[in-house]
Design a protein around this ligand. Structure first.
Ligand code: NOJ
Length: 551
């Protein structure tokens, strides 16, 4: 692949509601991000992905947009946003926004008009259908539980489609006028000087136009909508037009959220023909659950995880560029997910960081990950904010689990785990705010916060800085442009090589809590080690090494 500027970026994802609250109302905001730009610069990141800040009723924390060109008041104003662009640019930090164009909020004026007037052209901006024999048009289950169809008030037998919550009606991508309006909105954001977009749920924009029932797969009598509205054949036509009308007109970076895309179809997303410059691959991210249901945990092994990473890297490398990540706002904390032995959580955070930050692709770090933040432990379902947590709890009970088990699934897997406020210091509410935050803090910020880690050379934060420096500066070409080569040494070690010109670096990460041996006879020197011991051929529990190899 030709070198591109976006291969060099180290991205940091900000969930604005929980990052930093500058006006002390308990909700993070844009001026709060501006106040923390020096922290981000010091960490070494070069780009921010800002989760949705657009105006929204916040049913799904901003992924339900009621105005694409205004800012949610609790986050600030468009002037604040412009100031953020300016201040970030002064520090050499680029910004990408979240682009949510599979659906809008039901409070978006287009949808309000579509509801108010069945003859309005906006009716065709969404998917309305008549029910069948007193039932909704199909038996598909929405991502957040319940039918994908919501009855239209005051109309007989009429429904609208929503793949996510009922407050997130899907846009009708079959309608060229709707697509045109969306493209214009996207281009106006580019005119403001942003560097690109993270593109939300984009592989949902094409629906199976047959709208036929499927075979029920759950106790609710419904069938997952994934096979009917995700990665549907023919979606590439929409991708091609979206690219031509928007992204191709700008020198931008775009990353698609493309859950469930098979490797045989990633050329629709990335590479010369694809719509985006890079993609998030969830095939190994969701290794711990089946079909994204929290109540269907798997017994994954380190070998399976390693092989899934190998496959992802190798397949994406054939076509284009990836965007490796360990965490995001839809995932639990990676330490709880991937480190099987709690006594190694602290060290394991460094192991995971080493494993993921050296992969081929533009790395994305999620806020708090650089501190080694952990999941919380809630006592009851009422303490959860996320609508998906409530739906998963309800479905777990429906599937036969008891309340205690259902709660345990949420504590392990809920998206709220990653959405608690950043612990900046040991003060009340972790210095996030002086006001009770919108969501309860994760316990332990008194001893576990950014301020303490900045002054501790052995901290997870300082280790992240070291890794970023290795990737971005010290061994930039090998770790950025280098080929990915899998190196299966031992089933408990995730190990691989990055090779560029005739230089090679090996990355070895022991993901187990026992000593592991390996054979590698061409080691030149150690670039990085997450503990203080080094014995060639041996990895202590959760030890991670970056090794420069002889030619
Ligand atoms: C994916 C986003 O990351 C998630 O937070 C959201 O709930 C859905 N898409 C719907 O927009």
């Amino acid at each position: 692949m030709n070198k591109q500027w976006w291969m060099d970026e180290i991205v940091y994802q900000i969930y604005p509601k929980s990052f930093h609250d500058s006006n002390h109302d308990g909700i993070g905001d844009i001026p709060g991000i501006i106040e923390k730009l020096d922290y981000l610069k010091d960490l070494g990141v070069t780009m921010l992905w800002i989760c949705p800040v657009y105006n929204s009723p916040m049913d799904d924390n901003g992924y339900d947009i009621s105005d694409y060109e205004d800012i949610y008041p609790a986050f600030g104003t468009m002037d604040d946003m412009n100031k953020l662009f300016e201040k970030a640019q002064e520090k050499g930090i680029k910004i990408i926004m979240d682009l949510v164009i599979n659906h809008t909020s039901d409070e978006h004026p287009w949808f309000q008009e579509a509801l108010a007037n069945p003859d309005s052209p906006y009716r065709q901006y969404y998917i309305f259908k008549e029910g069948k024999n007193g039932n909704p048009p199909t038996n598909w289950r929405s991502v957040f539980g319940g039918s994908v169809w919501q009855k239209v008030p005051n109309e007989d037998n009429m429904y609208y489609f929503h793949a996510f919550s009922k407050k997130q009606p899907d846009l009708n991508w079959e309608n060229p006028q709707m697509r045109h309006d969306i493209y214009e909105m996207i281009n106006r954001w580019f005119d403001k000087g942003i560097s690109g977009f993270r593109v939300d749920a984009i592989n949902f924009i094409k629906k199976d136009q047959r709208f036929e029932d499927g075979i029920p797969d759950g106790a609710d009598g419904l069938v997952s909508c994934f096979d009917y509205c995700r990665n549907i054949q023919g979606i590439d036509k929409f991708y091609d037009e979206l690219k031509k009308e928007t992204f191709a007109k700008h020198d931008c970076m775009t990353v698609s959220e493309a859950v469930g895309v098979g490797y045989d179809r990633i050329d629709e997303c990335i590479g010369d023909k694809g719509c985006f410059t890079m993609m998030f691959d969830f095939n190994y991210t969701n290794i711990d659950v089946i079909n994204e249901d929290y109540f269907r945990p798997t017994n994954w092994t380190i070998k399976e995880y390693r092989d899934a990473i190998y496959l992802s890297q190798e397949e994406i490398q054939k076509i284009g560029w990836s965007a490796p990540f360990l965490e995001n706002h839809d995932q639990p904390r990676s330490i709880n997910k991937l480190i099987k032995d709690p006594q190694y959580y602290q060290l394991g955070a460094k192991t995971l960081a080493t494993m993921f930050l050296m992969l081929r692709g533009t790395p994305f770090i999620y806020q708090g990950q650089e501190l080694g933040m952990l999941n919380f432990h809630r006592q009851s379902v009422e303490e959860f904010d996320d609508l998906n947590a409530h739906s998963q709890y309800h479905r777990a009970i429906e599937e036969g689990f008891d309340e205690k088990q259902a709660l345990a699934f949420l504590n392990q897997r809920s998206r709220d785990n990653a959405r608690t406020p950043m612990p900046w210091n040991k003060e009340q509410y972790g210095g996030f705010s002086t006001h009770q935050p919108w969501i309860e803090m994760t316990d332990g910020y008194e001893t576990f916060n950014a301020q303490d880690q900045i002054t501790d050379p052995d901290s997870i934060l300082e280790y992240y800085k070291r890794l970023i420096n290795i990737r971005k500066n010290q061994y930039h070409d090998i770790l950025t442009y280098g080929e990915f080569i899998s190196l299966p040494l031992n089933d408990h070690i995730v190990s691989y090589i990055r090779a560029y010109e005739n230089k090679k670096i090996a990355i070895l990460c022991n993901l187990s809590s026992s000593n592991q041996t390996y054979e590698l006879d061409n080691i030149d020197h150690v670039i990085c080690n997450n503990i203080h011991d080094y014995t060639p051929g041996l990895l202590k529990p959760y030890q991670a090494l970056i090794l420069y190899l002889k030619k």
